[in-house]
Design a protein around this ligand. Structure first.
Ligand SMILES: [Zn+2]
Length: 272
């Protein structure tokens, strides 16, 4: 996807811990979304002082090639715990909605569960799907993106779920959003992942069951071709970046800083 006319910021490795005290939640539909879409960013933000959590919305029961659903859930749960630890995240929260059926009328319920977790964990940054990304075929992806978008701002408002305040979960806005999409989206943030490129490949390999499913599905679609997992992962998910960025490997995001959302007020006062 091209960056259109949006100014693009390249996030490089500056060292230090500029984000100490900040908390992100990576909110994805499936176990393997985590390392595939955002493994590099997660390593980087944690190295810079962030505390991170993984909130997974589905139970992944469909993501093996031909195992039983029970075996699939069991294996992927263990792999998810392993990759959560490998990436340096504090904890996995799995909401465990039925895989491939997230659109079955549960958007508000998911939003409320996210608000509760965002307030409890004091989340100020999310990494998730871009709800405005085009041509996404998987309802789990776009429903998760919409739920995260809704929860990010309602989490900070006094009149949304006011009973939570009495439970000690006070309103807090999510102000920073790193959003990914498989199809066209606004790209205005390029994250340099070069120093952790090999660790990202290792993280994706921990998703053994989904990767096996992808490989065998690939062979179904391309009969006669043979491909190894390592070459598949590097070819699909960790490709060398375009030269214009000046770094070898990147992840691309639609980045939103909500503290800039009232800039029209500041701009109008400046012009007086
Ligand atoms: Zn997914």
């Amino acid at each position: 996807m091209e960056e259109n006319s949006h100014p693009v910021v390249i996030e490089k490795w500056e060292g230090g811990k500029p984000h100490t005290g900040r908390v992100f939640a990576a909110v994805f539909a499936h176990s393997d979304d985590l390392a595939i879409f955002a493994g590099g960013l997660i390593f980087k933000l944690i190295s810079e002082g962030y505390t991170g959590y993984f909130i997974k919305t589905t139970n992944d029961e469909m993501d093996s090639y031909d195992l039983s659903m029970a075996e699939t859930v069991f294996r992927i749960y263990n792999e998810t715990i392993e990759v959560t630890s490998f990436l340096g995240l504090e904890k996995l929260y799995s909401l465990d909605y039925k895989n491939h059926y997230l659109e079955h009328g549960q958007l508000t319920e998911i939003r409320h569960r996210l608000i509760t977790l965002f307030r409890f964990l004091k989340v100020d940054t999310v990494i998730s799907f871009d709800p405005w990304g085009h041509y996404e075929e998987n309802p789990d992806h776009y429903i998760t993106g919409h739920a995260v978008e809704q929860a990010s701002w309602t989490s900070g408002r006094q009149l949304d779920l006011p009973e939570l305040t009495d439970m000690g979960l006070v309103p807090k806005f999510v102000t920073r959003k790193y959003l990914v999409a498989r199809g066209p989206q606004v790209v205005n943030r390029i994250v340099d992942i070069t120093p952790v490129m090999e660790k990202k490949v290792e993280a994706i390999k921990i998703h053994r069951t989904p990767v096996d499913n992808m490989l065998r599905t690939y062979v179904d679609l391309h009969p006669g071709e043979k491909i190894e997992a390592d070459a598949f992962i590097r070819g699909e998910f960790v490709r060398a970046a375009e030269k214009k960025y000046g770094v070898a490997y990147v992840e691309k995001y639609h980045y939103i800083d909500e503290t800039e959302s009232f800039s029209f007020l500041r701009n109008s006062s400046e012009s007086e």
